[in-house]
Design a protein around this ligand. Structure first.
Ligand code: 3H9
Length: 707
């Protein structure tokens, strides 16, 4: 490979250029190159100043995350490079563009001056990977931005704009354009300042301003963070490092930071978060698609149905500047949909997240219509009508007539057979399932359902579109519930069986929430609507998709029958005081009667461990069946479905990552145990062949690939 760090000399300025695609990460060859560059500058009396820049779409986006799995990081460490930069007796100007993140910002903070192109994003996102900034970030950032702003940046991991960085003193200048010229001009000023006898500004030599910090400041700050064992481990360690920065000499606290970084790098949370980082990117790769696969252009979108789902879907496109037509059958429904969208945008504007000009611009991209002929010039049409097979079939048949040739017809179904709907259009090759999650303008996950005849071009187009609208897309094959809801069905099944065996909704929710799920199954269904959940179960049972067990999801059906629709009705699994769920003795009575009816012996020895195992291990088993059947391409795709769409804690990596961590042998042993204890008339505990095989061979799901 070509040297990733090149030097060029002109007019006594040395330009050090990093060129290491895709994101100029600080991999070993880059560190070696940078260190050599600093030594060359030090030894060269013909150099008056150094400009540090990067080629391509971005300045340095961080340390090389792929290196973090190594037992030990290989020298030179970034800290060696940064120390050499600070020791240079001539000015270094960092010229920043793109995303200046993690080790990239740490690199910039080790230069003497920084100029950023307008639009640059800067941040220390390491906590999102379960680590702390490990090359001086926790030490240098508080020295320029102050303790409070530095902690906020590092514990959230959120990037800031170049303008905000200027206000905080992180950069010295923002250039509207012509970054190179701005850096050269800055270099000339710095050279003059040196000649006038000014000392070079070295951040590590500055003191930290603690005058505004109240006594107990750091403890108060810690209390506002998520608990360490609930994904907050790295954020707590950031506070420890900054506290050390205030109390100790730079060299001492830098050494502490490095030790903390090394400890976290090997931690379970960090391994899981890194797995999620790479799994998200892997999910975009579709086996069998050629790298030069042609994609269709999507310049105009149509959404059929302006309910909560349809309106949310439409917003995704307006948000990125794509004209979208929203079609409904009644003016009242259309007005409600457009009103919902406007209300959402205006609330965002009131919170300062959008300007009123942006609200107006987005609304101008959205048109409503009662005439489905308006869909004719759309490149992508998404039907988001009520989840009913006959209705959706009718709608798809109509779309087949109305849409122009080559348009992509997408169905937003969560359970229905995409192949049946595709046939109804008469052009199955142009049809794909796009399962948005509610609220569709907020949730990051998009399940892309490839039908038996979906063309590679259509699949590639919607994957690119998903990225454009900021979604993480995962491809699923066709089966009942696709990947996510099929697994969720198993999770809910066990929750309800456990209830009939004697566990309360609060105990079940509490156990999985303690594990890290944002919301337990009972609270979740109460919020989504017991009626919605029950109708799906009733319909699917009628169609024979959920087996013939009369006990299956008996609780949700009963609650539905009794009008206990969840939060919106004030009662469901819980009773609601406002939005607060409280235990309801009536639920216990209903469930106990169901237990008697269905022959469950109620017991009071159900532990949280049993709840987590029965809900999650059975879900893992279902995930393995999904892999075995070729519904999902890889185990990590399933993890992304669950972390991005079902609030599975990212710091646990997703259910399949969890399975590898627990050990597949241990999981199959527990599945066998529950089969023995409960019997297995309906095959609920039948271990998937894939899981059984891997467990026997000592294999791992993460390493599995279909033959
Ligand atoms: C750190 O800096 C620690 C230091 O404090 C201490 C060190 C001692 N490393 O996301 P994309 C790959 S920790 C390796 O699709 P985008 C990525 O996997 C790091 N690889 O592009 C993908 O590969 P592929 C702190 C990386 O335009 C390709 O680049 N920094 C890294 O949507 C394109 O990525 C971060 O956490 C990396 N650091 O978004 C920033 N970054 O094509 C992490 C990316 O094979 N990165 N890749 O799938 C990002 O947030 C986004 O990638 C970025 C670009 C916004 C930069």
């Amino acid at each position: 490979m070509q040297n990733p760090v090149t030097l060029s000399h002109k007019d006594r300025i040395l330009t050090v250029d990093i060129n290491y695609p895709p994101v100029n990460a600080l991999a070993l060859p880059v560190r070696v190159g940078l260190l050599a560059a600093m030594r060359a500058a030090q030894d060269d009396p013909e150099v008056d100043a150094v400009i540090l820049q990067a080629s391509g779409r971005t300045f340095v986006a961080g340390g090389d995350i792929t290196e973090f799995d190594q037992p030990a990081m290989i020298d030179p460490h970034c800290n060696d490079v940064y120390a050499a930069m600070e020791q240079l007796d001539r000015p270094i100007i960092a010229a920043l563009h793109g995303t200046v993140l993690g080790g990239g910002l740490e690199l910039a903070l080790s230069a003497h001056y920084r100029v950023a192109l307008a639009g640059t994003q800067l941040g220390l996102p390491e906590v999102k990977l379960g680590i702390v900034p490990g090359a001086g970030g926790t030490q240098r950032l508080p020295r320029v931005a102050g303790v409070s702003a530095a902690l906020d940046m590092m514990t959230s991991g959120a990037p800031i704009s170049a303008d905000r960085a200027l206000t905080l003193g992180i950069v010295d200048e923002v250039a509207a354009s012509h970054l190179r010229e701005a850096a050269l001009a800055m270099a000339q000023r710095a050279i003059q300042a040196c000649k006038a006898g000014q000392l070079l500004p070295v951040i590590s030599r500055r003191s930290i301003d603690v005058s505004g910090l109240a006594p107990g400041y750091f403890d108060d700050y810690r209390r506002r963070l998520p608990p360490a064992d609930k994904g907050g481990q790295a954020a707590h360690e950031v506070v420890r490092c900054v506290e050390a920065a205030v109390a100790l000499e730079f060299a001492q606290s830098l050494a502490l930071e490095r030790k903390v970084f090394e400890g976290l790098r090997l931690s379970k949370q960090s391994q899981a978060l890194r797995h999620v980082f790479f799994a998200e990117r892997e999910a975009a790769r579709i086996p069998g698609l050629k790298p030069d696969q042609r994609v269709r252009s999507i310049a105009r979108v149509g959404v059929l149905g302006a309910g909560t789902m349809g309106s949310g879907i439409a917003m995704n496109f307006a948000n990125v500047g794509i004209p979208t037509v929203l079609v409904e059958t009644s003016q009242a429904a259309l007005d409600r949909g457009l009103g919902f969208i406007r209300g959402h945008y205006e609330t965002s504007a009131a919170k300062g997240r959008l300007t009123s000009a942006q609200v107006a611009q987005r609304m101008s991209l959205l048109t409503g219509s009662l005439d489905d002929q308006r869909l004719h010039d759309c490149d992508l049409i998404i039907e988001a009508v009520f989840e009913n097979l006959d209705l959706k079939k009718q709608v798809c048949a109509r779309l087949g007539q109305v849409c122009k040739p080559g348009a992509i017809i997408a169905t937003n179904t969560s359970t229905l057979d995409v192949d049946v709907l595709a046939q109804a259009t008469g052009r199955a090759q142009d049809v794909v399932g796009l399962h948005f999650f509610s609220p569709a303008h907020v949730m990051r996950l998009l399940e892309v359902v490839r039908g038996a005849q979906t063309s590679p071009e259509v699949l590639a187009t919607v994957m690119r579109m998903a990225r454009q609208i900021g979604k993480v897309a995962v491809v699923s094959g066709v089966c009942y519930g696709f990947i996510g809801n099929r697994m969720a069905e198993v999770y809910m099944r066990e929750a309800e069986f456990l209830m009939m065996e004697g566990a309360s909704p609060a105990q079940i929710d509490g156990a999985v929430e303690a594990y890290g799920m944002a919301m337990g199954p009972c609270r979740m269904l109460d919020m989504a609507g017991v009626d919605v959940g029950a109708r799906t179960v009733i319909e699917a049972t009628r169609e024979g998709k959920l087996g013939q067990d009369p006990r299956y999801r008996a609780v949700v059906r009963k609650l539905f029958e009794l009008g206990r629709f969840g939060q919106k009705a004030g009662v469901g699994y819980y009773r609601y005081e406002g939005r607060k769920p409280v235990a309801d003795p009536e639920t216990a009575r209903i469930v106990s009667a169901l237990a008697t009816q269905h022959g469950f012996a109620q017991r009071n020895d159900i532990t949280d461990e049993e709840i987590v195992e029965r809900l999650l291990y059975s879900m893992i088993n279902e995930g393995c069946k999904i892999l075995d059947e070729g519904i999902a391409f890889r185990a990590s795709d399933i993890d992304i479905i669950w972390t991005a769409g079902y609030s599975f804690p990212a710091y646990r990596g997703g259910p399949m990552f969890m399975a590898d961590q627990v050990g597949l042998k241990a999981i199959t042993a527990r599945l066998d145990h529950y089969a023995k204890v409960h019997g297995d008339k309906f095959g609920y505990w039948a271990t998937s062949d894939l899981l059984k095989g891997l467990a026997e061979q000592g294999g791992r799901l993460s390493a599995w690939a279909p033959h």
